[in-house]
Design a protein around this ligand. Structure first.
Ligand code: HEC
Ligand code: HEC
Length: 225
């Protein structure tokens, strides 16, 4: 009996920690889907919208803490700009998320502020789980490669005017196998004894990202006539 109650005690004491990790991981997912656009993946304000618009209000949830209690945070998330302390850029979530989800997000923000490192690991785990698609490959290609290789991969990007010897490759005509593509994209031209004007990307992209860029390159190929 004593053994049994000891086990029960351990169970009861460890339960809250376990349930809060589960719930924080679940809210990490919601945060990345709904909030990261403006608040950044880690809540530090580096979202796509604030970066694009210069007069955007500060969305860093760590440096800016107008609301600190769970109740107040829940209110801001629920009502957004309905709350007069808050700018019109913060949307209300009462019609998109359930009460418990909003409560869990308030706890997520409190944990982000007090135990930032733990939350960062949850964010990193969640991002690593995400499946990348050819559309992600296309977005990466257009933002990092098209300047040289052209929007359609024909080798006529804007930089092709100055990079001429050799010029950026025409990727529509490329016949290289995937394994070689991996190496030249990761290690750059120099990594395969070719021109250093083709930069190495391994410090910027994960293997997965290079993989979806290659999938996209395959869709650009035009069969030889
Ligand atoms: C369209 C952009 C946008 C989205 C999406 C967005 N927010 Fe905001 N949020 C803002 C802006 C801008 C502010 C700053 C408002 C101010 O300071 O007046 C803000 C402020 C906040 C605050 C107040 C911080 C404080 O201490 O006062 C909280 C909490 C918050 N957001 C949580 C969230 C959550 C949770 C989500 C996702 C469910 C989310 N936001 C989605 C733009 C956004
Ligand atoms: C600053 C200009 C520049 C940028 C940016 C650039 N490249 Fe290149 N790339 C080149 C040049 C120049 C070559 C030709 C190298 C040679 O022939 O020695 C090349 C060659 C290649 C090749 C070899 C193709 C073949 O059939 O020989 C591939 C694949 C490639 N680049 C993919 C990419 C991808 C993917 C990106 C973006 C992640 C990218 N490049 C960004 C300049 C660039």
């Amino acid at each position: 009996m004593r053994y049994f109650s000891a086990v029960l005690c351990v169970f009861l004491f460890s339960f809250p920690a376990w349930s809060s990790e589960t719930s924080l991981r679940a809210s990490t997912k919601i945060f990345l889907e709904r909030c990261a656009l403006c608040h950044g993946d880690d809540g530090m304000g580096g979202g796509l919208l604030p970066i694009r618009l210069s007069s955007y209000p500060i969305t860093n949830l760590l440096s800016q803490q107008k609301n600190t209690t769970k109740k107040d945070l829940q209110m801001v998330i629920t009502k957004g700009f309905g709350n007069d302390k808050i700018s019109g850029f913060m949307p209300p979530w009462e019609n998109e998320l359930s009460g418990p989800e909003i409560g869990a997000l308030a706890e997520f923000i409190m944990a982000l502020r007090t135990d930032t490192e733990t939350i960062r690991t949850y964010v990193a785990d969640e991002l690593a789980k995400r499946k990348l698609t050819v559309a992600d490959g296309q977005a990466l290609f257009q933002s990092r490669c098209s300047l040289c290789h052209g929007k359609t991969g024909d080798g006529k990007g804007r930089m092709a005017r100055v990079i001429t010897n050799p010029p950026p490759a025409n990727l529509q005509k490329s016949l290289l196998p995937e394994s070689y593509l991996h190496t030249i994209i990761a290690e750059g031209g120099q990594g395969v004894g070719r021109s250093g004007q083709m930069p190495p990307w391994k410090d910027q992209f994960s293997k997965k990202e290079i993989g979806v860029i290659i999938n996209y390159l395959m869709t650009l190929r035009v069969p030889a006539k």
